[in-house]
Design a protein around this ligand. Structure first.
Ligand code: PLP
Length: 389
């Protein structure tokens, strides 16, 4: 294809004629229907009962993380993680601007400020090199606290993200966070089934989170989980997620301000069926990558994004990077593909561009800008390999 024809390009050329495809759909069979029916028959639908605990145990054994608390969303998991790590009004929390909105919102719920950092182009996650240089220049350590020289606020934590399932450089980020006295939250919402140097992501930081929203690799309808190896954190998180209610058969007494964030049994029932299929979903998604790679290897317009070295990605969302830095071309390709029924998606608009986040502190976001103009996510549901042309 010549440069001139790039404007006509549509991702429909990868699929059989007249295919309509969403970006990502959940995959269910009779098992989920059976398990939800059982839940309803037993009237075991809300937060009491044993199903959520069983689901948590399964997640814990996959991730090899001591404590797992299932929540009603990934966003509520982030909110509780920040509270548990002591983030308060006026604090700053570092996070990539190339990100889903949940981390920034969870900070704002607490009156804290998101502070945006750049990503690297190998992993799409936090770039340790620019982060280290930025913190050296713009912060000072005072009484064991990392202080932003400009705003004089404490920078308390960093939330790093395993974007589209690809592990970020978590060991390097961990070293930097230690040096600058920052706690780490690992946003592994998209990365169940992904490994960094043979260890599952999500359990490297002080606290990790997952999402089981309908578009994730496994779903509970809506849901999330908090991961930690710290017993004290786990105890606090469980209380926070269950309105700090004292354990008692009939008394309603509360020890503190809490939230109604625990995962209901109905959702856990779906999760228990889905988790049995996780390995299968991961291998289907890895196969999908190989097929896309073969089909697109001769196209000069873009490159398919590959898992970082030393990592095994769940390839939750397949991604391409356009070779030209041209947002108009990116938009045209998306329009063409949608017209043809293929619902590709641009990467998130960087968070610092949202009106209500414009004034938040940030470093130079060079790679973020380049990637915004170039990234497109392709249809990635686990069951679509048979409709590729
Ligand atoms: C990276 C990331 N973090 C957090 C969330 C929030 O999860 P939820 O939608 O379950 O609240 C999502 C997605 O939905 C996400 O993609």
């Amino acid at each position: 294809m010549s440069n001139k024809n790039f404007k006509k390009f549509s991702f429909s050329c990868l699929f059989k004629k007249n295919t309509n495809l969403n970006l990502h759909e959940p995959s269910f069979d009779n098992q989920e229907i059976k398990d939800v029916k059982t839940c309803i028959k037993k009237k075991n639908v809300s937060t009491s009962g044993s199903l959520t605990k069983i689901f948590e145990k399964k997640i814990s054994s996959i991730i090899k993380c001591k404590h797992v608390i299932a929540t009603n969303s990934g966003t509520s998991a982030l909110h509780l993680a920040l509270i548990t790590l002591g983030v308060q009004k006026g604090d700053e929390v570092l996070m990539p601007s190339l990100n889903y909105i949940a981390s920034a919102n969870a900070c704002l719920y607490l009156g804290a400020k998101p502070h945006f950092v750049d990503v690297d182009t190998e992993t799409l996650g936090v770039d340790p090199k620019s982060l280290n240089e930025y913190l050296l220049k713009n912060t000072l350590l005072k009484n064991g606290k990392c202080i932003n020289r400009k705003t004089r606020n404490q920078i308390k934590s960093i939330i790093c993200l395993h974007t589209f399932g690809h592990p970020c450089k978590i060991n390097e980020i961990k070293k930097i966070s230690k040096k600058f006295k920052l706690s780490i939250i690992e946003d592994a919402a998209e990365a169940l089934g992904s490994y960094y140097k043979k260890r599952h992501v999500g359990a490297f930081g002080d606290i990790g989170i997952l999402s089981f929203n309908g578009n994730k690799i496994i779903t509970t309808g809506g849901g999330g989980a908090i991961l930690t190896n710290n017993y004290k954190y786990a105890k606090r998180i469980l209380s926070l997620a269950t309105i700090y209610k004292k354990k008692h058969p009939w008394k309603y007494e509360y020890d503190n301000l809490g939230y109604n964030y625990r995962m209901p049994s109905l959702n856990s029932a779906i999760g228990l069926s889905q988790i049995k299929k996780l390995k299968n979903f991961v291998s289907k998604k890895r196969r999908l990558y190989k097929i896309y790679e073969k089909k697109t290897s001769k196209l000069k317009l873009f490159k398919l994004f590959k898992e970082p070295i030393n990592c095994k990605s769940n390839y939750w969302l397949q991604t391409i990077i356009l070779k030209n830095d041209n947002i108009k071309l990116r938009n045209q390709i998306i329009i063409n593909s949608h017209k043809d029924g293929i619902k590709v998606r641009p990467v998130w608009r960087p968070l610092h561009k949202s009106k209500y986040l414009k004034k938040m502190p940030r470093m130079k976001l060079k790679n973020t800008q380049i990637l915004e103009n170039r990234l497109i996510n392709l249809p990635s549901s686990p069951d679509i390999t048979n409709i590729l042309s």
